[in-house]
Design a protein around this ligand. Structure first.
Ligand code: TYM
Length: 321
């Protein structure tokens, strides 16, 4: 049976980029193998310095993932820091990781350019991510395109370990769905917390409406034809609508006579509708926090037992035992 693994940082509210880039593909993959999905709270320490906020975001990810369809009966959901073995593996991996490999990573440059402190933890972030993946003998890692380079680094580190110590790790494959690899934000750039252009999951109706109305558009007048190929509204609508509905919106763009405000309203209604059932499940979980605790406790136990056996193999392989 193949093993599927992915993580998500509790550094703020989840958004449509996280949902379509990672959560939905991850939820679909649950059927195809043994899935391990985790809340990357060690990673989030590189940017979140408020303990109460970190706790709240971690909790929220668990609730949101379960609301969106993660099935705890078949999938292991856990907090990264409940398996501290990962920090030991990260150290071992870091002793074979060339500095140059990390210096080439764009996420460090990108994050520091957006005001995150250039700490050693931020620089070494991809090594911890490699440890996350290799600690569970993962075969497949569903992620958005922005994580592709980190998967390449993981494979490079695994190869280096195998060359140095004999085969210790299998090489994981990224699973990147082309049509949702990069979900656009309100301004047409990649949707990202650090760009302040997100549409968050489970916003109250009023806030969602206001957010959607804030999608940046050009000044084409209502009567004029509009190019659906150049529109963030259409790009986002494609994520939710059926092929027929998409073709219909594209035709109305080209025909002219409809303003961007009307298209935004249509998108807003579609989003609201799409998440309605999940919203109900979320309301239930928020009212029953003990159900989430049970899932996280069981997840930690299962993840830890897999991690312990892989780490034993690695310790023996490198001569620590
Ligand atoms: P994070 O928390 O930034 O994002 C979680 C997932 O959401 C995807 N994503 C997007 N996909 C498409 N379009 C977007 N606009 C968009 N924004 C975010 C990301 O690609 C990611 O898959 N380093 C990881 C967390 C992590 C991890 C791991 C992932 C830690 N260890 C091990 C996989 C395996 C991160 O920061 O994701």
């Amino acid at each position: 049976m193949i093993r599927i693994l992915s993580g998500i940082q509790p550094s703020g509210a989840l958004h449509l980029g996280n949902y379509f880039g990672m959560m939905r593909p991850a939820i679909e993959l649950q059927e195809r193998g043994e899935a391990f999905y985790f809340i990357a709270d060690y990673h989030a320490l590189t940017s979140v310095r408020d303990p109460a906020a970190l706790r709240a975001h971690s909790r929220q990810i668990a609730v949101d993932f379960l609301s969106c369809g993660l099935d705890p009966a078949r999938t292991c959901l856990f907090r990264q820091s409940d398996v501290p073995e990962v920090a030991e593996l990260a150290w071992i991996l870091s002793t074979v990781t060339p500095m140059g490999l990390l210096e080439r990573c764009h996420s460090f440059k990108d994050k520091t350019a957006h005001g995150i402190s250039p700490t050693h933890g931020l620089f070494a972030y991809p090594v911890l991510m490699a440890a996350d993946i290799l600690l569970y003998d993962s075969d497949l890692v569903p992620v958005g395109r922005d994580q592709k380079q980190h998967l390449e680094v993981t494979r490079d580190i695994a190869v280096k370990m195998n060359e140095t110590y004999g085969t210790l790790f299998k090489l994981p494959e990224p699973h990147i769905r082309e049509e949702v690899a990069t979900v656009k934000g309100l301004d047409g750039q990649k949707m990202s917390k650090s760009y302040h252009n997100t549409i968050d999951l489970f916003l109250p109706e009023k806030v969602l409406r206001k957010t959607i109305m804030g999608i940046v558009t050009d000044s084409t007048p209502v009567e004029a034809p509009k190019d659906p190929g150049q529109s963030t509204i259409v790009d986002l609508y494609r994520l939710f609508a059926s092929p027929g509905e998409i073709a219909d919106m594209e035709a109305r763009f080209r025909a002219g006579g409809t303003g961007y405000g009307d298209f935004k309203k249509q998108l807003f209604e579609r989003i609201l509708d799409y998440f309605r059932l999940m919203q109900a499940r979320r309301d239930h979980l928020l009212a029953h926090p003990e159900e989430v605790d049970v899932v996280l406790r069981a997840g930690a136990e299962k993840a830890r037992s897999v991690a312990a056996s892989v780490l034993d193999r690695v310790r023996a392989g490198v001569g620590l035992r």
